[in-house]
Design a protein around this ligand. Structure first.
Ligand code: FIX
Ligand code: ZN
Length: 420
């Protein structure tokens, strides 16, 4: 059926974007079998590191040590009091908590934290996973799986995820960013590696990666990289990329995901909330993706200033798929600007968003907020076509939206969507 008016178009696009199930390609969520790694509930929501950073801005008198010594519940109380009672919660991260509570059916007008807490006391993790995934209309969640974390390694030894809604991504930051502290850990795990990369070290790193690929069956290998990441370069990082990551990605036929532009620990006292960002050199991305055209790259960049050149670089390299509005870009004004620009340069050959959720409940707000913006921008693009006489079929709109919310990712991987 074709769309006959702009009013009809507006309604159909918003409804399609609101109701199409999502493949969330990068999160920090875990399946239930990963035990304490799966975070959920109101105290976790309130102690999200985004909110910790915002709280300290209003608490000049609070020492970092005192804050970190509090229990999670005490931290949550302080954050609630500071950001939601003494101030109005309109920053994006604060608004997110309000959206979640509202979507769970609470009366947010009452501002009754104890009431919200009491609800969570009566719900199990498995019920809650079902409830949130259903409410958020998220069908598949890609985890961030760290083979250097002892607790997580034990969970993999017990079998990993048996829940088909939670799929793995092999995260290798320590290998590429902290080699000094990482090679002894590889040695402990039985790999014959040396600090100076001599002897069998590179072959052993490849063996390590292949072992974990066999264990996790990850959809991709991923790393976050600093804003001054350079390639090519005479460095341990560049050698491990060239001689280990690339050949293993090629052999396993999985992409290498690069998340570029983070400045870790600019304020170490803030822990996870103490990371920042910087502009990167797009030449680095250009050189690596054009050198290895037979390898697929998923790339997101953290700085707003890099977004235009990254989109242009994707026009030149079909093995590069750009994804998401990462972290400090995950704000309505920036999502709108970036999504509009990407649609204009790349049409639908992008992954407009991932959630980066750390707490299960956040799926409700991250996706609700992003869906609204994606629908708005998509409508504008369709409306321009409508004005030029192009008439869209409903099925064409559904196809486009399914691609944006997951289809493009699965096609890029060359795998069928298991939840389709
Ligand atoms: O490196 C990453 O995957 C980042 O997304 C996180 O480390 C970061 O702390 C975050 O939560 C951003 O949203
Ligand atoms: Zn992340």
């Amino acid at each position: 059926m074709s769309i006959q008016s702009k009013d009809q178009l507006l309604e159909f696009v918003h409804e399609a974007v609101r109701n199409t199930p999502v493949t969330d390609i990068h999160t920090h969520l875990f399946a239930e079998s990963f035990g304490e790694l799966l975070l959920w509930g109101v105290d976790e929501l309130l102690t999200y590191h985004y909110l910790i950073a915002e709280t300290f801005r209003y608490r000049q008198d609070l020492s970092y040590e005192d804050f970190w010594q509090m229990t999670k519940r005490e931290q949550a109380d302080l954050i609630w009091q500071t950001l939601f009672i003494e101030h109005t919660p309109y920053s994006e991260a604060c608004r997110g908590v309000v959206t979640v509570l509202n979507r769970l059916g609470f009366d947010v007008g009452k501002r009754d934290l104890e009431k919200y807490r009491s609800y969570y006391a009566h719900v199990s993790a498995s019920e809650y996973i079902d409830r949130i995934l259903e409410l958020a209309k998220v069908k598949t969640v890609v985890m961030t799986n760290d083979p250097f974390d002892a607790y997580e390694r034990e969970r993999w030894a017990e079998g990993g995820s048996v829940d088909p809604r939670f799929l793995a991504a092999l995260r290798i930051d320590p290998l590429l960013n902290l080699w000094d502290g990482t090679w002894p850990k590889l040695a402990e795990q039985g790999y014959d590696v040396k600090e100076d990369l001599s002897g069998s070290t590179l072959a052993e790193i490849r063996r390590f990666l292949k072992d974990w690929i066999a264990r996790m069956n990850p959809l991709y290998m991923a790393v976050s990289l600093p804003n001054d990441f350079a390639y090519p370069e005479d460095s341990v990082r560049a050698r491990i990329i060239d001689e280990c990551i690339i050949p293993v990605a090629r052999e396993a036929a999985i992409p290498f995901a690069m998340m570029i532009g983070v400045k870790r620990k600019v304020n170490p006292s803030l822990k996870d909330a103490g990371d920042s960002l910087g502009k990167s050199d797009i030449g680095t991305v250009e050189r690596i993706v054009s050198k290895y055209q037979d390898v697929k790259f998923l790339v997101t960049m953290l700085s707003r200033e890099n977004q235009h050149e990254l989109a242009v670089t994707a026009r030149k390299n079909r093995n590069l798929l750009i994804f998401g509005c990462w972290w400090f870009l995950n704000n309505p004004s920036l999502i709108e600007e970036i999504t509009r620009m990407r649609f204009e340069l790349l049409g639908g050959s992008i992954i407009p968003q991932h959630s980066d959720c750390r707490i299960l409940d956040q799926l409700l707000y991250k996706w609700d907020h992003s869906r609204g913006i994606i629908a708005k921008v998509l409508y504008d693009k369709y409306a321009d076509l409508f004005d030029a006489g192009w008439r869209l079929e409903e099925d064409e709109i559904k196809r486009d939206v399914e691609d944006l919310l997951g289809g493009t990712f699965w096609k890029f991987l060359g795998k069928p969507d298991p939840a389709a």
